[in-house]
Design a protein around this ligand. Structure first.
Ligand code: SAH
Length: 384
């Protein structure tokens, strides 16, 4: 495999390891995981990508104004700053998504649409977000503006569709807030259904503008298949999918379990999870909106049990409350999916002191060229 180089590497800061050949990146990540986790169990060899480029199927760009050239620019914020680094194509982003963003930028100029200026609090266009279904090829474009009135809206939509007839839905999102978040809370569908669908591990999932969905579809299948294999389901288990997002892991697992319960803090994600379960005809799954730690504590206090606990917390890892409750509920197996080996090591420290043994540890390279590494750990209860 040829190693490609990015001309914006130093300016953008998004791909911390791009300067290394891919094989060396994998070695680096392996060493990192080994050093943090090998005291808990044997670490398997990291699963990398055959083609580690253009894997990101969710791409977003910030818009600004080039005062010298009197033109719109689009790209990424330089790390730790609010300066926009212009980007037309990126080695890790979906090619089609990048093309669409360039088209939106050119259209913005020809429609005399002013980008938003954060300091002056003037202008319209803030961000463009593109999501693409890897299997379905459906494409969603979200135009994020600072103000609600979209000038020449219908003509803009027509012109964008003319250049990219593959776009299946266009959404207008309004974000008037002084915030780092890309999306505001208000969505208006301008074309199509307002969401796209994609397939993973034989199930179909809805992706809406704000819902969390793994951004590397090829490796997500690897990650989910590993997580479900580690759950060792036979059809008779009760399965707790904590931090479940839009229900992906639980829905895939439901075919092999007796009953699944998913808990998730984000209300929109729960709504999508319920729709996803319905869409796949899964009847033995329930979802609850709330804090996973609070929920599992209540379950433990009532003396209820789960056979398998799946956990996929954000970068900060799990809470002590959650881990305490997990131990009390005493599942046969805990499968921990983690995007941060440092907090994973901390949480494994706790679980292995309280009756669990890490049987298998599998690193997966979900984000080639960046410093991030994902891991799946299978833990077995030693007293059940
Ligand atoms: N398992 C899902 C989502 C993982 S991302 C997937 O693979 O797609 C982590 C999720 O945890 C996010 O959806 C986030 O909203 C949710 N989350 C964060 N803190 C939480 C908490 N305290 N309780 C429950 N869910 C939480």
């Amino acid at each position: 495999m040829e190693n490609l180089h990015c001309k914006l590497d130093k300016k953008c800061g998004g791909c911390q390891l791009m300067y290394m050949p891919y094989e060396d990146q994998l070695r680096y990540k392996q060493k990192l995981v080994d050093s943090l986790l090998s005291k808990y169990g044997k670490v398997n060899r990291i699963i990398g990508m055959k083609n580690p480029y253009h894997y990101r199927n969710k791409v977003q760009a910030a818009f600004g104004w080039d005062y010298k050239r009197k033109k719109c620019i689009s790209g990424v914020y330089q790390s730790n700053s609010h300066r926009i680094v212009p980007v037309d194509d990126c080695l890790i982003e979906d090619r089609k998504a990048d093309e669409i963003i360039v088209t939106v930028r050119n259209l913005a100029d020809s429609f005399k649409m002013k980008p938003y200026d954060e300091d002056a609090n003037t202008g319209f266009l803030r961000h463009v977000l593109v999501k693409r279904g890897f299997t379905t090829n459906e494409i969603m474009v979200v135009i994020v503006s600072a103000t609600p009135v979209f000038p020449s809206r219908n003509n803009f939509v027509k012109a964008l569709l003319k250049e990219h007839p593959g776009i299946t839905t266009i959404v207008h999102n309004v974000n008037p807030y002084h915030t780092n978040l890309v999306l505001g809370t208000q969505n208006k569908t301008l074309y199509g259904r307002g969401y796209i669908e994609d397939e993973l591990c034989g199930c179909t999932f809805r992706i809406s503008p704000s819902s969390f969905y793994q951004i590397n579809p090829v490796q997500t299948e690897v990650l989910y298949n590993t997580a479900i294999e580690y759950a060792q389901l036979t059809g008779s288990e009760t399965f707790f999918d904590s931090y479940c997002g839009t229900g992906t892991i639980g829905i895939i697992a439901a075919k092999k379990a007796k009953q699944v319960l998913g808990v998730e803090l984000n209300r929109d994600a729960v709504r999508d999870a319920i729709a996803n379960a319905k869409r796949n005809g899964i009847k033995n799954i329930y979802f609850q909106c709330g804090d996973a730690g609070d929920f599992l504590t209540a379950v433990a206090d009532e003396g209820e049990r789960f056979d398998v606990v799946m956990m996929d917390p954000p970068r900060a890892g799990s809470s002590e409350e959650f881990l305490k409750a997990a131990i009390k509920v005493k599942p046969k197996r805990i499968v921990y999916v983690s995007c941060n080996p440092t907090t994973l090591a901390r949480d494994l420290g706790y679980l292995t002191k309280h009756g669990y043994k890490a049987e298998r540890i599998q690193p997966v390279d979900m984000f080639p060229h960046t410093k991030h590494v994902e891991c799946v750990v299978q833990l077995r209860c030693t007293s059940r």
